[in-house]
Design a binder for this molecule. Structure first.
Ligand SMILES: [Zn+2]
Ligand SMILES: [Zn+2]
Length: 312
């Protein structure tokens, strides 16, 4: 089988770099869609530069439901004349169907620790600005599917929950090119802290990627950082992929230990911005602003708390 080329498509968004990827198959695919403006402002010119047309895209493969990944989906779908399949895991599909789902996720998780009276209004405004349109996906995934992109090119779908319940990895079969979105956090992106809703699932997914998928080319959703703050590039080779996966596991182990200790000691409100998880930030030496969206610190801490409450 011939090697399928992958072209990174980069959209800047505030403090974040958003990565989407063009899979140059007979039925071309784009993995993740950035925000509302990304398809016209970022993707179309980048594709033109490599001699491809955005209207020819036939697959829109979403790694998960966060706004910086599904935000451009409706706009991109429109640019394809609504001919592209729009694909997402069923557990994250509500985030494509409704802007309000993003507000609800905020309110049920990190909002509980932020004490921001404007928080709901801010997240509502962000969802309105960043999501190009609400839509029903044309294909719902569970994990285990194989998608045919023509000419013998297939992409297999693997459920890798943890960052969100419906996170998936897309793998170009035969060349182990793997797109994971935000399922491999290392030290996190702009906030300097890894974010995951379900720590146990996150851990299991990282092991699965490391031991079963074994990427030869790994594509992350953002320039995630190593321990020394150096971000990974847009494409990781096999050695870098292994390092990023192992690094993510090691970091989660440290965060988990600190979170467990704090939960066992009992949560107490403090004046710290990390309240009531101030001992975790202290133990880890984390000095980032925990209130900056998407608040990975509180998202992950809430995940440990939920797990702790269920098991005690
Ligand atoms: Zn995400
Ligand atoms: Zn993201």
């Amino acid at each position: 089988m011939t090697h399928v080329n992958v072209h990174p498509l980069v959209s800047p968004w505030g403090r974040f770099g958003l990565y989407s990827f063009f899979i140059d198959a007979p039925q071309p695919a784009i993995v993740d869609t950035g925000i509302a403006s990304s398809p016209t402002e970022g993707m179309a010119p980048a594709l033109e530069a490599v001699g491809r047309r955005i209207e020819d895209v036939r697959w829109i493969l979403l790694t998960h439901g966060h706004i910086d990944h599904v935000g451009g989906a409706h706009a991109l779908w429109e640019l394809t004349g609504r001919r592209a399949q729009v694909v997402i895991h069923q557990a994250d599909a509500p985030m494509l169907r409704s802007r309000r789902a993003h507000v609800d996720e905020y309110l049920h998780g990190r909002a509980r620790y932020l004490n921001d009276p404007e928080g709901e209004a801010k997240v509502t405004a962000a969802a309105n600005a960043v999501i190009s349109g609400e839509m029903e996906p044309t294909m719902l995934l569970k994990g285990g599917e194989t998608l045919s992109l023509g000419g013998g090119v297939t992409v297999s779908v693997h459920a890798v929950p943890g960052h969100t319940p419906g996170s998936v990895a897309y793998v170009i079969d035969g060349q182990r090119s793997v797109f994971v979105g935000d399922a491999v956090q290392v030290h996190g992106a702009a906030n300097g802290f890894p974010g995951y809703m379900d720590p146990a699932a996150y851990r299991a997914s990282l092991r699965y990627l490391r031991d079963e998928i074994r990427p030869r080319h790994l594509y992350l959703g953002h320039p995630y950082r190593r321990a020394d703050g150096m971000p990974y590039g847009v494409e990781l080779d096999a050695d870098q992929a292994r390092e990023a996966l192992q690094g993510s596991l090691d970091i989660e182990a440290g965060v988990g230990e600190a979170a467990c200790r704090c939960l066992q000691d009992g949560l107490r409100e403090t004046n710290s911005p990390y309240s009531p998880f101030a001992p975790v930030a202290e133990r880890l030496g984390y000095t980032g602003d925990p209130t900056l969206e998407p608040s990975p610190f509180f998202t992950s801490m809430h995940g440990y708390r939920t797990h702790f409450d269920q098991n005690s």
